[in-house]
Design a protein. Structure first.
Length: 255
């Protein structure tokens, strides 16, 4: 699966969150749906176009099932066109799964599963086509890769200022469970720590940009303060990607 996913069930249907990395991972999660609810997923929500969140979507179409796929138009276009940073090889089953997609491109969409309504909210920051998947009762937010819990995020397509703003926007004032794209299930204190970490990266990246320090050199000298606790590194280049993303944004602003 690589990325986190999940299930949201109502009387009339089950929505599965994320297409995941492989069809085998998607079939496994669909099997959990059948075991827990007695039903195969009727809907799929994809939070963005990176491979670990979409590449396996065809696995939900096993045994003739055809769940409705919800994703942004940009996510579908980028996946089918095999665009960087994670170009996927052509796959007819994936293309068929994404051939008829319901897109929350107007800003938000609501799915009624029968006694449980799910909102898909357009956001941006991790990529230009992020979607959060939200339930009010109980209060749960699937954040996609806008939030990583205890893991340093991938800035490869990030717009850093929009990322922090999107994380602030999806926080709720009441007790809420947050399901991040990667890392353990989170509560508000975890999201607050994540925002503090993003702030540390911003301060260091802005200072490096003013000094004219290249992102690679700035990243090699950077360390998160011990007060923020442990942050696992999914990939050793992620610090450099973060500084490069900030350099892009700051350079664009100066232009």
């Amino acid at each position: 699966t690589v990325a986190n996913g999940g299930l949201i069930a109502g009387r009339d249907g089950v929505l599965v969150v994320e297409g995941l990395m492989t069809p085998e991972g998607a079939r496994w999660l669909a099997g959990q749906s059948r075991a827990l609810t007695g039903r195969w997923p009727t809907h799929v929500a994809i939070t963005h176009y990176h491979a670990d969140h979409v590449a396996g979507v065809a696995g939900y179409r096993a045994d003739g099932a055809q769940p409705v796929v919800h994703a942004t138009g940009e996510t579908v276009d980028r996946v089918l066109a095999a665009l960087p940073p994670t170009p996927l090889p052509a796959d007819e089953a994936r293309r068929e799964a994404l051939a008829q997609v319901v897109a929350p491109d107007g800003g938000a969409a609501t799915i009624d599963l029968g006694g449980r309504r799910v909102r898909l909210v357009r956001r941006r920051g991790h990529t230009a086509s992020d979607v959060s998947v939200e339930v009010d009762d109980p209060s749960i937010v699937f954040t996609g890769d806008l939030v990583w819990n205890g893991m340093f995020p991938n800035y490869v397509d990030a717009a850093p200022t929009k990322l922090a703003a999107a994380v602030q926007a999806l926080r709720r004032s009441r007790t809420t469970t947050y399901v991040p794209g990667h890392g353990a299930v989170a509560v508000d204190a975890d999201v607050a720590r994540y925002l503090d970490m993003l702030g540390e990266v911003e301060r260091a990246a802005r200072a490096a940009y003013v000094r004219g320090t290249p992102p690679a050199a700035a990243a090699s000298a950077f360390a998160l303060p011990a007060s923020l606790g442990e942050w696992a590194m999914f990939n050793k280049v992620f610090f450099e990607r973060a500084f490069a993303a900030w350099a892009r944004e700051l350079g664009a602003g100066r232009g």
